[in-house]
Design a binder for this molecule. Structure first.
Ligand code: RP5
Ligand code: MG
Ligand code: MG
Length: 283
């Protein structure tokens, strides 16, 4: 299989690790795997001890997290049910990846994210919905960002802070990555907040909740997300927002949704669910 662009995520990580780590469906913990050789890797950015990362597990550090539980403010429960813990180390519920340790991820076990998927109908200059000539279905567009870490286009998602409500993460990450809210003055931020409040308070649709096939996943640390769709029905709220990339996003754009989309991790799958649910063009 061709190496994902995300093999360049970390220069210090051997390329092979990313090739092995790319997908881990089918290699369960129960099956014997004679050729399985592990590489242990924890990125320097993680082992240097930033606030968002756990310490090493063990007697030396005295760090022994409570897995499958709410551990102080850190939620170590999985959306996928109870995961196994082996010798104090949590095991990836989707099986082996070829890497132990945390790689680029901060938390042992599930690393919880939220993905806001903002959609609108594609419209012509008179404001009429544009139908796809093949399927005759209306075409959806969503706000997509180009990730700075690997250059792939993705949903503008981010990590849930300890104790943070997912609904807050969804709005905050959209503000940071698609509206560059972190670089705005307090007054500008307030205005942006007013502009998006209506949309984020409107009826939303939970698209997905669970494991993410993220290239950063290891045997002991993995991404999980809650993806929620907010749809601008009339084209009058976010459709008018001044998109501006910020934080871990290098670019931002309205992108048409169809089966040719190639996105980070399994994000394209989330868009397929939305297209089908809303009766939009897919293929
Ligand atoms: C993906 O990584 C999630 O679906 C979410 O989009 C993203 C969160 O990580 P960062 O963008 O904070 O790196 O697995
Ligand atoms: Mg972010
Ligand atoms: Mg992000």
């Amino acid at each position: 299989a061709p190496l994902s662009q995300c093999s360049q995520l970390s220069q210090s990580a051997p390329t092979r690790m990313w090739r092995v780590a790319r997908r881990n469906d089918g290699v369960s913990w129960g099956s014997t795997c004679p050729k399985y050789s592990q590489v242990r890797y924890t990125a320097p950015a993680v082992s240097s001890g930033p606030v968002w990362a756990d310490p090493e597990i063990g007697v030396d550090s005295g760090f022994c997290p409570k897995f499958n539980a709410l551990d102080n403010a850190v939620d170590r429960r999985s959306h996928e049910g109870t995961y196994r813990v082996d010798n104090g180390y949590p095991l990836n519920p989707h099986g082996r990846t070829g890497i132990t340790g945390r790689g680029l991820l901060g938390r042992w076990g599930p690393n919880h994210a939220a993905d806001p998927i903002i959609t609108r109908w594609k419209r012509d200059s008179e404001g009429r919905k544009v139908l796809h000539p093949g399927s005759k279905n209306p075409i959806l567009q969503f706000v997509s960002i180009k990730r700075k870490d690997c250059g792939e286009w993705a949903i503008p998602g981010g990590m849930v802070d300890p104790g943070e409500r997912v609904s807050v993460t969804l709005r905050r990450e959209f503000g940071e990555e698609a509206l560059n809210a972190l670089q705005k003055t307090k007054e500008q931020r307030e205005r942006l907040k007013q502009q998006i409040t209506e949309l984020f308070n409107s009826p939303s649709f939970q698209v997905y909740k669970g494991y993410v096939d993220d290239p950063r996943n290891t045997d002991n640390a993995w991404m999980e997300t809650v993806a929620v769709n907010y749809h601008d029905t009339s084209g009058s709220s976010v459709a008018q927002l001044p998109l501006e990339a910020g934080d871990d996003a290098g670019k931002v754009a309205w992108v048409e949704i169809d089966s040719t989309l190639r996105l980070y991790a399994n994000h394209a799958r989330f868009l397929e669910i939305i297209a089908r649910e809303r009766g939009a063009h897919w293929e």
